[in-house]
Design a protein. Structure first.
Length: 410
């Protein structure tokens, strides 16, 4: 504009058209495309102008402001674009200053105009670069302010959560203790009534005992759920056969237990490196279910507990020939408070707690069942956590043991 004869309309047109294109894209909220096309167009237009005039005008300095702008325009997750445009600007800057360019008509300016242009370009580059820098600093400031505010909120919520967890622990302990005490008294009175052999009271005592058992089971489920959620996993070597035998003995008061053939076919030397408390919770709930829902109409109702190897894991199997589970319920039996049928009784927490405990141990529980034929729960245990203690061998049932299982079940 200092010398109208030196104005090149073809070179000036990109600078006039580019803002229009950017405005249209921004109007339609195509911000990413707007930034990308804007940076490409600006670098190309700047390159063409810089090739057509003396380096003394300093127009090539705008490659610096172009690099600063690319850092401001693209967020961190698009940093590869910012790096790409910085590389483009640096490459064009090097080409302009080291490679002769004669494909565009050269425009000459007077020394005085060259000095004026150099000053104007330097001021422009400085202002644009500083504006980008302050914009980034402003974004960082507001983001840090937002984080500090949220951090205080999170800290307060954590304190509230810790308080709630503490209160919940106290509630579980208090509730289990306060509920168990009267239950123990009632059970004692029932026992005295039964010892006195008062015939007319036998029906009532059996019903009272049944309800006490249900309530005790519910209390135990609450305690197990709370403890599993809050207590860290504490692995140790345990004898799996002994664990299963103890659980079976603890469940012999179940109504169906005396009419079932419960077989513990796990090798007596097999040990697991696991958390014994959570293992007992898992097995107690699964075995208890097998006993509860036994089909006593069958000739030999049974529950079989065994261990087999499958690929790189061990499968602890609890199989029965009980009433089975309908396929429409199989995907829901591990949900909290879910009951598969009207015949179901208990808290509905047992299998849910079993799965929660299994996840803590990195185990996986699967189930296969067929209505009126039976159910098989498979607890997948990593092979590395099993061993035979001091005895060498493959932690599987021996052929003699497998034969005995087959014969006894038959």
């Amino acid at each position: 504009f200092f010398d109208s004869k030196s104005i090149s309309i073809p070179l000036l047109s990109p600078f006039l058209a580019l803002p229009v294109v950017i405005w249209i894209l921004n109007h339609y909220k195509k911000y990413n495309l707007s930034a990308t096309l804007g940076m490409i167009g600006f670098n190309i237009a700047l390159f063409l102008v810089a090739c057509s005039e003396s380096r003394d005008t300093g127009v090539y300095l705008h490659f610096i402001s172009s690099s600063a702008t690319s850092i401001f325009l693209f967020e961190y997750d698009q940093r590869w674009k910012a790096v790409s445009f910085i590389s483009l600007s640096v490459s064009l800057f090097i080409i302009i200053n080291l490679v002769p360019m004669d494909f565009i008509a050269y425009r000459e300016y007077s020394p005085e105009n060259e000095r004026i242009f150099f000053v104007l370009h330097t001021i422009g580059v400085t202002l644009i670069s500083c504006d980008c820098l302050f914009s980034v600093l402003d974004q960082n400031y507001h983001f840090q302010k937002y984080l500090r505010k949220n951090q205080k909120v999170i800290e307060q919520k954590n304190k509230d959560l810790e308080k709630a967890n503490t209160e919940l622990d106290r509630f579980v302990y208090s509730a289990s203790h306060d509920l168990r005490a009267p239950l123990a008294s009632i059970r004692g009175l029932v026992s005295l009534m039964e010892m006195e052999k008062v015939v007319s009271n036998n029906d009532y005592t059996s019903k009272i005992t049944s309800r006490i058992t249900v309530m005790e089971s519910y209390i135990n489920d609450i305690v197990h759920y709370s403890r599993n959620a809050r207590v860290e996993v504490s692995p140790e070597a345990v004898n799996l056969h002994a664990i299963v035998s103890g659980i079976v003995s603890s469940l012999d008061h179940f109504d169906n237990a005396s009419d079932l053939k419960i077989g513990n076919y796990i090798d007596s030397k097999l040990t697991l490196n696991t958390d014994p408390y959570r293992l007992k919770v898992i097995l107690s709930n699964v075995i208890a279910n097998a006993i509860k829902y036994a089909d006593l109409k069958k000739d030999v109702p049974f529950v079989k507990i065994s261990m087999v190897r499958v690929d790189t894991s061990m499968e602890l199997r609890i199989e029965d020939n009980g009433i089975g589970i309908d396929k429409m319920h199989l995907h829901s039996i591990f949900d909290m408070f879910y009951r598969a049928s009207q015949e179901s009784y208990g808290s509905g927490l047992g299998l849910y707690i079993a799965v929660e405990a299994a996840e803590k141990l990195k185990y996986k529980i699967e189930v296969e069942s067929e209505i009126n034929h039976g159910t098989c729960f498979k607890i997948k245990i990593p092979f590395a956590s099993t061993s035979f203690g001091t005895t060498s061998g493959d932690p599987l049932m021996s052929s003699n043991l497998a034969s005995r299982v087959s014969q006894e079940v038959s």
